[in-house]
Design a protein around this ligand. Structure first.
Ligand code: ADP
Length: 284
């Protein structure tokens, strides 16, 4: 009976503050479960109030740390990158082929560092719920085409077919820039990990959602790795030292953005066959 009651109950959580007798304010997490019996009558409720001051303090420390690190890293690295770019262009005198090669290596490494810093900042913002969406009506089919265009050359270089079925207009209320970020991450991964075959993208309306999928014929992801896909810094089956190595944060960011749009993301994969990422966002 108690199991039955629990299952039928509904749960609510709130982050708020309470005032102690001595007047001090402490942050708390209140979880309230309304219990309903199988015939629908409310039979009671359970509330748990948890003091989360330590968690809040830690979160603030972490946010400050990320803010400082990202800011302090971004500026000097950007300056260094500009300097190297000038050297490569020969603005400071002629460079030999060897030197140029080395400078280009440095330039790529710095670009990667900047990308990691920007990913870290994105994750931190999502985790501290500071990410805000600028929603507007967007034709997502058109958006997919725009993102695909940025990958055309890379796909051609690897002899991969880049496919997209729908030509219809599909309007959705989304944050354009953030949707580009998600699509770029998923399509980019698919192209990065796939050596032969194709990357196919699809989109369809599934009221109240719009559902997207990105499917590749790449190496696939082992069943035991699938649950870890959306965790920070996870990278699997990697040939190390690869220039295209990412931060392992892309999917975490994508998931955060999708959840802010009221949707979810999941992956299906078969080793040796390929992977399909599917995600939804609320249409309106
Ligand atoms: P990154 O690509 O920057 O390493 P992501 O969070 O985007 O980070 O991806 C995490 C890991 O998931 C990748 O390093 C890779 O091991 C695996 N992965 C993601 N997409 C695919 C895919 N399409 N095929 C195979 N493995 C993938």
């Amino acid at each position: 009976r108690s199991l039955n009651v629990r299952q039928k109950g509904s749960q609510h959580r709130i982050d708020t503050h309470i005032i102690r007798k001595d007047g001090s304010i402490i942050p708390v997490d209140i979880a309230v479960s309304v219990l309903t019996s199988s015939d629908g009558t409310i039979t009671g409720s359970i509330g748990i109030i948890k003091d989360i001051s330590e968690r809040v303090k830690l979160q603030k420390l972490k946010d400050d740390f990320v803010d400082i690190v990202t800011h302090e890293l971004r500026t000097p690295v950007s300056i260094a990158k500009e300097g190297v770019a000038q050297l490569i262009e020969g603005l400071h005198g002629p460079v030999t082929v060897d030197q140029k090669e080395m400078l280009e290596l440095v330039s790529r490494a710095m670009l990667r560092l900047l990308r990691i810093v920007s990913d870290l900042l994105d994750v931190s913002k999502i985790e501290s719920r500071k990410t805000v969406l600028n929603k507007e009506s967007v034709d997502v089919a058109e958006l997919i085409k725009e993102v695909m265009a940025t990958f055309r050359a890379r796909a051609e270089k690897k002899n991969l077919k880049l496919l997209f079925g729908s030509g219809k207009t599909i309007e959705a209320m989304v944050d354009r820039e953030k949707m580009v970020q998600v699509l770029t991450n998923l399509i980019g991964n698919a192209i990065k990990f796939t050596e032969r075959g194709s990357v196919s993208i699809a989109v369809e309306i599934k009221e109240p959602y719009v559902q997207f999928s990105v499917e590749d014929t790449g190496p696939g992801i082992a069943a035991e790795d699938l649950p870890k896909l959306f965790s920070k810094f996870e990278q699997f089956g990697k040939k190390d030292g690869h220039a295209e190595k990412g931060s392992g944060l892309g999917l975490v960011i994508s998931q955060g953005i999708i959840e802010l749009h009221g949707g979810r993301i999941f992956a299906e994969s078969q080793l040796g066959k390929g992977t399909r990422f599917t995600f939804t966002v609320l249409k309106d």
